[in-house]
Design a protein around this ligand. Structure first.
Ligand SMILES: Cc1ncc(COP(=O)(O)O)c(C=O)c1O
Length: 376
């Protein structure tokens, strides 16, 4: 990245996790240019473009079920909105179970189920749906059993549970072994749909197409965004066909849609991105690169770093001391590296570099991190 003053940075955030395949990947750019010469805008649900249909078909073949349907949109929050609405259509229940620390986007539907920070919700509380039960996210201090005990006692109004396979904004918080599986079982037992928010973790970032499936969890609905469009705003809610059928006949009027959903440019970019990820086996590359990066970070025994959490190219550095991540991020910025502070206490550095990051860039980052932490 080069800023308006000409300073150069290596982007260890991938632009909030978007540029998994790298910024301005030539094949994505080429696909967008080609599409720009053909058609910029079509009539969404009524007369969709060919590329929109190809993208929907492609996404359904990458779904965790043999038969799937998908709905396209622009932002991650759009995809979560579609999933929450689908759960209402399919179960006729409006209650939702979400988790403390979760982040699903800031439009009204997703905001109501985001436990990350009260300050995001408080000004709008009166306009948010109130039928949301926040359960605890397990941590080293709170085991799986104790966290499961915070699920609702009464599920009669609960239509959906929404969960991130790894909580991102809350500080790259991994669920302990067995938690997601137990959650899946609780959903089955109580007739609630499981919505897995893979907007940050999915599409290769954590070393598999879907992190949840890699962990043995089969969702009913899955949300994708960020990396999916290779840099353009594209998101999707993908669901089991029998669940999605609740929307009724797709040839009739769509009761959930948006003028720009599934736009031709975004669809062309997403198709090129998916092809790249698969052809170049970028999910596997994320496994390998991520391992190398985590090994380098751990070997350094960096001062104030008490843990390195990692899955593919999603890493979290646990720092001693709240708000330290703000100081360290600033210092890294001055040294030419973009990172994000995370965690309710800003005590985690979130790292989601592009999968194209090379050894030299990793080494440069680790040296700058040591300097930013006050090491040698
Ligand atoms: C897990 C998760 N879900 C949803 C969102 C919201 O996506 P968007 O900002 O594109 O609406 C984000 C964004 O950071 C996210 O990390």
């Amino acid at each position: 990245m080069i800023d308006s003053d000409g300073n150069r940075y290596v982007d260890f955030t991938s632009g909030f996790g978007v540029a998994f395949v790298g910024h301005r990947h030539p094949e994505v750019v080429e696909a967008v240019k080609r599409q720009a010469d053909r058609l910029l805008h079509a009539l969404g649900d009524l007369h969709p473009s060919d590329v929109k249909i190809q993208l929907l078909e492609k996404l359904c073949t990458r779904a965790p079920w043999p038969k799937a349907r998908a709905m396209l949109s622009l932002s991650g929050a759009d995809a979560v909105t579609a999933a929450l609405k689908t759960a209402v259509m399919a179960t006729a229940k409006t209650g939702v179970v979400a988790f403390e620390g979760s982040y699903h986007g800031l439009n009204y539907g997703p905001l109501a189920v985001s436990g990350f920070a009260k300050r995001f919700r408080e000004p709008f509380l009166a306009q948010l749906q109130s039928d949301v039960h926040f359960a605890a996210w397990p941590s080293p201090d709170l085991g799986v059993e104790a966290a499961l005990k915070t699920l609702p006692k009464d599920w009669s109004r609960i239509g959906a549970v929404i969960v991130e396979p790894i909580q991102g904004r809350a500080g790259v918080r991994f669920p302990p072994l067995g938690f997601l599986e137990a959650l899946g079982q609780a959903c089955k037992k109580n007739g609630a749909l499981l919505i897995v928010d893979e907007i940050l973790t999915g599409v290769g970032r954590c070393g598999a197409w879907w992190r949840s499936v890699d962990e043995g969890l089969i969702p009913d609905l899955v949300c994708a965004g960020k990396a999916l469009g290779g840099g353009l705003p594209v998101s999707a809610c993908i669901g089991r066909e029998d669940v999605m059928r609740a929307w009724g006949d797709p040839d009739r009027e769509a009761i959930h849609t948006g003028t720009f959903f599934g736009d031709p440019l975004g669809s062309a970019a997403a198709l090129a991105t998916i092809e790249l990820i698969e052809r170049d086996e970028l999910a596997q590359r994320a496994v390998d690169r991520g391992k190398t990066f985590a090994t380098m970070l751990r070997a350094e025994r960096l001062p104030s770093v008490t843990g390195v959490r990692q899955a593919g190219m999603m890493l979290g550095l646990q720092l001693e001391g709240s708000m330290q991540a703000l100081r360290v991020s600033r210092s890294l910025l001055e040294r030419g590296y973009l990172v994000l502070p995370a965690g309710a206490e800003a005590d985690v550095i979130q790292l989601t570099p592009p999968v194209t990051v090379n050894d030299e860039q990793l080494e440069g980052f680790v040296a700058s991190l040591r300097a930013s932490l006050g090491g040698r």
